[in-house]
Design a binder for this molecule. Structure first.
Ligand SMILES: [Ca+2]
Ligand SMILES: [Ca+2]
Length: 260
């Protein structure tokens, strides 16, 4: 019985994902964001992927993958986060949360629920536990990417979007526009962090004027950056953010220098 229910839940998720490509409902948008964490070499870390922007229609299905550099971290467990209710106890209540991390470098995540256990609030969608198994000072991005599996068994087309959707009581499926923000795991004590991207003080993956503004705000003491943000922004390696660092980034932005 239990197996039948889980199979039915999985079927529902894959059906919803499959119709996604044909049904383009006006959608709200949600954000999936992986945390940026630091762990000492050989130690365990916990990294949460948060879901935000959940609207009144809720989230009742999701399918995506998380990729990382398997030479830097080793995954031990992937669990549903606090906003995911996996109770499947009623006749009409089927919820599944399935995370497969058997393939090094890629975690696949499927979530689906039928009944009234849908996700109704922002918060932790999944929690990844692992070991910082790589070299001291190394780092990996933790990217949220499309699952990439075939639309259905034997199909040549693959699901090429990060899927987060809702299923209304009348059976209508709608999918959210998803913004995915990568996280990272850096191995070290936090004090000797290496820049992932020089100039990217706010760690959004881009180097632009907002980084310069943030650096100036940090310099005058009205804002803060993470240890990684500091490593990225401290262009001259002095250990702190100064006006000379933000000037350097500005010069780079206006192409007075080609490299930071
Ligand atoms: Ca930036
Ligand atoms: Ca500096």
């Amino acid at each position: 019985m239990k197996f039948t229910k889980i199979a039915a839940g999985l079927m529902a998720v894959s059906m919803m994902a499959a119709v996604t490509s044909q049904v383009a409902f006006a959608a709200d948008s949600v954000v999936l964001e992986a945390e940026k964490v630091t762990a000492a070499q050989g130690e365990d870390f916990t990294l949460t992927v948060n879901l935000s922007g959940v609207s009144a229609s809720g989230v009742s299905a999701a399918e995506f993958a998380v990729t990382y550099d398997a030479s830097v971290i080793t995954i031990k467990d992937v669990a549903a986060g606090s906003i995911v209710n996996t109770d499947s106890d009623g006749f009409d209540e089927v919820s599944i949360f399935k995370a497969d991390f058997s393939q090094a470098g890629k975690i696949t995540v499927s979530y689906g629920t039928i009944g009234d256990n849908w996700i109704a609030a922002d918060g932790a969608f999944l929690t990844i536990t692992g070991t910082a198994s790589g070299e001291d000072g190394s780092s990996t991005a933790v990217n949220i990417v499309p699952m990439g599996r075939p639309l259905y068994d034997g199909a040549t087309d693959t699901i090429d979007e990060i899927y987060v959707g809702s299923l209304s009581s009348d059976g209508a499926v709608s999918n959210y526009d998803v913004t995915a923000t990568a996280g990272s795991v850096t191995i070290g004590d936090g004090g000797e962090q290496k820049p992932l991207k020089k100039g990217d003080a706010n760690e959004d993956g881009n180097i632009d004027i907002s980084d310069v503004v943030l650096m100036n705000r940090v310099y005058v003491g009205v804002d803060k950056v993470t240890a990684q943000g500091l490593a990225n922004a401290d262009i001259d390696g002095s250990g702190k953010i100064e006006l000379s660092d933000s000037m350097n980034v500005l010069r780079y932005l206006v192409h007075l220098v080609e490299e930071l």
